[in-house]
Design a protein around this ligand. Sequence first.
Ligand code: FNR
Length: 413
Amino acid sequence: MTKSHEQTSAGETTDSVESGDVHAEQFGVKRIREAYRRGMYNGETPDFPVSYEELRESAFEQMSESAKAYVHGGAGTEETFERNKDFSRWRIVPRMLRGVADRDLSVDVLGTEHEYPLMVTPLGVQTLLHEEGETATARACEELNVPFVLSSLSSTPLEEVAGTLGETPKWFQFYWSSDREVAASFLDRAEATDYDAIVVTVDAPTLGWRERLLERGYYPFLEGEGMANYFSDPAFRASLDAPPEEDTQAAVDHFLEVFGDASLTWDDLEFVFDRTDLPVVIKGVLHPEDAKTAVKYGADGVQVSTHGGRQVDGSISAVEALPEVADAVGDRAVVLFDSGIRRGEDAFKAMGLGADAVMIGRPFAYGLAHSGEAGVRNVLENTLSQFDLTMGLAGIDEAKSIDSKAIRDEQTL
Ligand code: FNR
């Protein structure tokens, strides 16, 4: 049940999102009705853009040129970034008259029931988008009970974000540090503050060639942005001659020395499994053999992702990779998906192609830039509404049961 759910004395619900078996059928329909009533009776149009494309344009008006370059940018020509969004090869095949009044959006992920199949993907340096950064995003997630994945490169320390999220499922995205003390400390801190899983991002052994950032000579970390977890980390601080508050430049230089490690191999994953008792998800898997290897090494989940087209330009898109990876993994691990989710229909298709749950990235980032916590909440509510309606219109009443039968591949039509 969402935290903000309240009943008035007249017995009407006052929040705009309802959940659980009893109210699930209201989710998407209620949002539509509200919009039409406000328009027809009050002459009001939504003050939040409905389409992703308009949202992005509107968010750009609030964003600095540097922030736009950082968030918008894919690698190279942005071919993969653009193709990620193209789910058109897969078509939903709706079924009729299947009794879809009570729709249940919940899914099982890593042994926990999530109220919705949508999660918020790890996205660094959220203060570039809004002064409240991750705190605003976490508040919106907490209100709706949408799981949040915090980036290692956040602008807010992981302990503070955990406090904001309360009982909402929370995962910590782990970037390798060549300093094992720091790496171990990150994992320990996440476990001590009740994160539910560790997401190990493996698709960033080196930096990607991001032309928008190179053209501007802009890299936010050199300004000490996105360093909150490092600057607050006891092991990181212990390796500095002066605390980051006194000598930020030296702290940034040290971060650049220890961030990432291109020499890593699958065997190095043992370090993570040994160090934490939390479930581990490997993020950035595109090849079925890598997915099998991840599972063989003990991963509890694999996340199909191109990092939003920010790493290998010209790579296979995430949705193209998904069916084979899901097939390779089978029931042995959870399959997560990101890169290209813009609307609820995309989420539905990804689940039909084998994802157990999906993560949303740039849309929530633009919601955050547009209007902080309210903006993120609007994006999540809109996306979940579209997902709910798509499910109902496709003749499916349980998100868990979306499978390949609901989808046709253009190539087989
Ligand atoms: C990211 N992504 C990312 N991934 C990660 O594991 N750690 C991180 O710190 C970040 N940071 C980050 C910043 C920005 C601005 C973007 C756009 C992306 C990748 C992210 O988790 C996810 O894979 C993509 O956002 C998915 O692509 P779309 O759907 O946003 O295009």
